[in-house]
Design a protein around this ligand. Structure first.
Ligand SMILES: Cc1cc2nc3c(=O)[nH]c(=O)nc-3n(C[C@H](O)[C@H](O)[C@H](O)COP(=O)(O)OP(=O)(O)OC[C@H]3O[C@@H](n4cnc5c(N)ncnc54)[C@H](O)[C@@H]3O)c2cc1C
Length: 506
């Protein structure tokens, strides 16, 4: 067993003790909190404890490391800021930026977290934290439905912030029949919506997709980002639910961690399978203080676009994507070095094209900060044009990058032994060591790299990851509409008009 997998087995990573954590939530405390009776179903069975189930245990440990990183005293400045209410260090993700430097600091904290999974975990706690921070920055949007809703959303944001909590979200209706609005489905309780109002709160039934990291989170935010129509008021809600809310069931997709025989052959699937959960609600009660939007299609829409929520959440998504692209370039470079193709001019041209795309993403990330604007209340809004430009291109750029890596590697990711055991069996080890090495490395190191590349590109984990890059921010036709709304067409049309009105020269 190599040192890496030994560490996996024994969990020997240094962790901050509770006293060093400065009141932040260390990973072991987070792990204990997951065993709270949440209803997660896998293969038709209720999962008793997600931290012990093989489908989720390793990703829960990966998530726990995020909290350890945040609680690490040497990263206090990077990962936290001082709470305006308690004076304690709290997660940087919950900071409402007041300066461009604050926004950059938020991005750097997201980068540190994303580096912990090489960009593989998309919905780290800072993603939905960005949305709630955006809501708390402009609560007037929620007050349009009644001041109590603005107070509720700010109160809940503070609860998340002060307790270092992780919320995920399910904001897309199930794909049952998209040709009809929510209220015209064959059964009005198919899409998640209000079925009853009580003095002390509301009752929700129906289903919503797709709570990535739902199994690993503390809270679910249930709302709707799809356009709603008159008559859809029951579905125009924004509510927070603890993951163990009675009546709420999580149906995670097939686990890739379960298919990973070991961390050598499946280095990414075995560690970073964040799970995507379909969520079903059966008469789930929500107390009023956790209701932020109630039967209001306008507020339901405005929460995304008239607050900086979508921009803060997706700043994290882009910081994470840039990290993943850097990792992708590192993989490609190491593979070229191993096969001895690195100096080939044509290979360098391909690598140069890929590097140009990665640099584009990194520069657009910085442009969201440097071109950010400050509103009348002093809140910094990332530059929407820079954000949506890169999100709009991502769904086409990512498959092109993946295809170029496939091209660069030929059969390198396939002409490998069936598993780690071939390297260890005396009957096969000799052949493997002799023929599967490269000029500059032994067989074990070469196979480890190629297995990682295959897990990145070709396994179910790798393919889901590509689906994620296409859809995490909505289908690309929607993202392009965001870009359309953000772009300043007037500057271009003014030039065209001026050109048409030039005085005659001839
Ligand atoms: C891996 C993964 C993780 C995700 N994580 C989350 C999460 O954490 N939380 C969450 O809420 N959601 C999440 N999502 C869901 C995501 O938000 C949706 O998949 C996304 O919004 C697209 O919606 P849809 O899947 O319903 O696709 P649809 O809206 O059904 O679109 C599918 C395709 O149909 C075509 N199409 C449909 N309507 C039109 C139209 N009007 N005009 C033109 N073409 C059209 C397009 O080709 C489009 O790409 C995740 C999705 C994936 C794949």
């Amino acid at each position: 067993m190599n040192a890496q997998s030994k560490r996996e087995m024994t969990n020997l990573e240094p962790r901050p003790s509770s006293s060093q954590a400065g009141g932040l939530r260390p990973g072991d405390e987070y792990l204990r909190s997951l065993n709270d009776g949440r209803a997660v179903y896998m293969d038709g069975q209720l999962v008793k404890d997600v931290t012990r189930h093989p489908a989720f245990a390793a990703s829960a440990r990966s998530a726990a490391r995020l909290f350890d990183t945040a609680a690490d005293p040497s990263l206090r400045e990077r990962m936290t800021f001082v709470s305006p209410s308690s004076g304690n260090p709290v997660l940087r993700a919950y900071q409402i930026p007041r300066t461009h430097a604050d926004l950059k600091a938020k991005r750097l904290a997201s980068e540190t977290w994303s580096e912990g999974s090489f960009g593989m975990i998309g919905r780290t706690p800072d993603h939905v934290a960005g949305f709630f921070t955006g809501y708390a920055a402009v609560p007037e949007v929620f007050a349009a439905g009644g001041q109590q809703f603005a107070d509720n959303v700010v109160g809940f944001y503070e609860h998340l912030r002060e307790n270092h909590l992780w919320a995920t979200y399910a904001i897309v209706p199930p794909q049952i029949d998209r040709s009809k609005p929510a209220h015209k489905q064959t059964d009005p309780t198919l899409y998640a919506g209000v079925v009853k109002e009580r003095d002390d709160g509301i009752v929700i039934s129906g289903a919503q997709q797709l709570a990535t990291a739902g199994v690993l989170s503390d809270y679910l935010y249930l709302s709707c980002i799809h356009p709603l129509q008159p008559g859809d008021e029951n579905y125009a809600i924004g509510v927070a639910l603890p993951m163990n809310a009675p009546g709420m069931k999580l149906y995670p997709r097939r686990s890739f961690a379960l298919q990973a025989a070991n961390s050598f052959d499946y280095p990414l699937s075995s560690r970073f399978d964040e799970t995507d959960c379909f969520v079903v609600f059966k008469d789930v009660f929500v107390p009023w203080e956790h209701v932020f939007i109630y039967r209001n299609t306008q507020v339901c829409r405005d929460q995304w676009w008239r607050t900086p929520s979508h921009a803060y959440g997706n700043l994290q998504a882009q910081a994470r994507y840039a990290t993943k692209l850097r990792f992708m370039m590192g993989l490609a470079k190491r593979m070229n070095e191993m096969t001895g193709n690195d100096a080939h001019p044509q290979v360098q041209v391909q690598m140069g094209e890929m590097a140009a795309q990665v640099q584009l993403v990194e520069s657009m990330l910085e442009a969201q900060e440097t071109r950010a604007t400050i509103d009348a209340k002093g809140v910094v809004w990332p530059c929407a044009k820079s954000l949506y430009a890169i999100m709009a291109l991502q769904s086409e750029m990512n498959p092109r990058m993946i295809d170029m890596i496939r091209e660069l590697t030929g059969a390198a990711m396939i002409s490998l032994p069936s598993s780690l055991q071939d390297l260890e069996s005396p009957e096969t080890a000799g052949d493997i060591e002799r023929y599967m090495r490269s000029a500059n490395s032994d067989a074990r190191s070469r196979i480890a790299l190629m297995r990682m590349a295959w897990d990145f590109i070709g396994t179910e984990f790798g393919n889901r990851s590509q689906q994620y890059e296409k859809f995490y921010g909505g289908a690309s036709f929607l993202v392009k509409q965001n870009m359309y709304r953000s772009y300043d067409f007037a500057r271009g049309t003014a030039m065209v008009d001026a050109a048409l009105n030039l005085p005659p020269e001839l």
